[in-house]
Ligand binder design. Structure first.
Ligand code: NAD
Ligand code: IPM
Ligand code: MN
Length: 379
């Protein structure tokens, strides 16, 4: 299977005679707050570049459960099927998190990833120079950190044998999940990692637990086979426990980090410490075509929802990834990334990064970024 189209050739609004269609799935908690910020930034940069965007909003997660009983209504899927890209806020929250609830917001997220076979989840982790002193780590440890976590997203422990899980009802005191990987699942995501490494510093660190788990020994074997096709990329294997430590102690030694679904999930939240905040990290979930789903790495943050405290940067950088990977608008993506950098250089910080100094609200941070976009003036 071919690797996802990491960089579609530049397109314009009119190459198919229609506007770019983006479905926004705000979701729950801070999801609506940060996805609104991301949408405003796309609209602003698109307007400047003469591109038209057609936005459609649809339900997912807890909001969708409340309105329809399903965390991923058919209508939402149909809207996404008609679209070029999906921008998602976050799902979940205490209202729906009773452990015995049969329907959960997170199921909507897993189902949409699976429906569109979004097997490659790119989670770039960069340290903006202005935030070098905003982490618990010494500036010399994090200076220059630039890693890309490639997380497998539609297999592994999250999607273990669902037929077996059905028997849980008969065994209420036992629960289990199975970690299954097929060679083809590993192959396709590994190729994404190696392709990405070719355009970066030429190194892949594949994370596994091959010393204990059979599925992870298959993972390692298959990654080695893929590596044979990439003689110019250096491959190293790491066990997930020691990698978790090294991501903090020697983060600049990582270039592309390739991991399965669960390990990639955990390591990316850990790596967010390097960037200063979980609110900083974007992600792109891709398949073999250009349709992608873009969302910040963080969740719905119920502890700060509705209070203008959310950092919108992870969502805004996800919007940049959307423009780059699904729409081929690399210049627009770079304009957004540089606007974020300038806003941070100017001292703007949301509360979780402010360290006792003045804190910008979600609105103020978004406006500062909008102001730094070329030609955009915010009243
Ligand atoms: P979380 O990522 O929502 O929050 C963890 C901590 O980080 C909280 O203290 C929160 O305030 C802070 N934080 C997160 N995003 C922030 C932002 N943009 N700005 C400032 N601070 C931010 O994780 P959690 O609390 O463990 O999970 C809450 C809910 O979110 C759960 O229901 C979980 O399943 C869900 N979740 C959803 C997604 C998703 O939709 N992609 C991702 C992760 C978690
Ligand atoms: C993420 C989240 C999701 C995951 C949850 C909400 C299903 O943590 O996108 O990182 O584990 O994939
Ligand atoms: Mn996560």
């Amino acid at each position: 299977m071919p690797a996802p189209n990491l960089r579609p050739s530049p397109s314009s609004t009119d190459d198919t005679g229609r506007a770019h269609r983006i479905v926004v799935l705000p979701g729950d908690g801070i999801g609506p707050e940060v996805s609104r910020a991301a949408r405003e930034v796309i609209e602003a940069v698109g307007h400047d570049l003469g591109h038209d965007f057609y936005f459609e909003e649809a339900l997912i997660g807890g909001a969708a459960i409340d309105a329809t009983g399903s965390p991923l209504p058919q209508e939402t899927l149909e809207a996404c099927e008609r679209s070029d890209a999906i921008l998602l806020g976050a799902v979940g929250g205490p209202k729906w998190s009773d452990p015995s609830a049969p329907i959960r917001p997170e199921q909507g997220l897993l189902a949409i990833r699976r429906h569109f076979e979004l097997f490659a989840n790119l989670r770039p982790v960069k340290v903006f120079p202005a935030l070098a002193a905003s982490t618990p780590l010494r500036p010399e440890v994090i200076q220059g950190v630039d890693m890309l976590i490639v997380r497998e997203l539609t297999g592994g422990l999250y999607f273990g044998d669902r037929a077996e899980q059905g028997s849980l009802a008969e065994r209420p005191d036992t629960a289990y999940d199975t970690m299954t990987y097929s060679a083809s699942e590993v192959d396709r995501v590994a190729r994404v990692a190696f392709e990405a490494a070719k355009g970066r510093r030429g190194k892949v660190t594949s994370v596994d637990k091959a010393n204990v788990l059979a599925s992870m020994r298959l993972w390692r074997r298959q990654v080695e086979k893929v590596a044979d096709d990439y003689p110019d990329v250096q491959l190293e294997h790491g066990l997930v426990d020691s990698c978790a430590m090294q991501i903090i102690t020697r983060p600049t030694s990582f270039d592309v980090v390739l991991a399965g679904n669960l390990f990639g999930d955990i390591l990316s939240d850990e790596a967010a410490v390097l960037a200063g905040s979980l609110g900083m990290l974007p992600s792109a979930s891709l398949s073999t075509g250009t349709l992608g789903l873009y969302e910040p790495v963080h969740g719905s943050a119920p502890d700060i929802a509705g209070r203008e405290l959310a950092n919108p940067v992870g969502a805004i950088l996800s919007a940049a990834m959307l423009l780059r990977h699904s729409l081929g608008l690399d210049g627009a993506a770079r304009a957004i990334e540089s606007a974020v950098e300038k806003a941070l250089d100017a001292g703007l910080r949301t509360a979780e990064l402010a360290r006792g100094g003045p804190a910008a609200s979600t609105r103020e941070m978004t406006d500062a970024i909008l102001r730094e976009l070329p030609m955009v003036a915010v009243a």
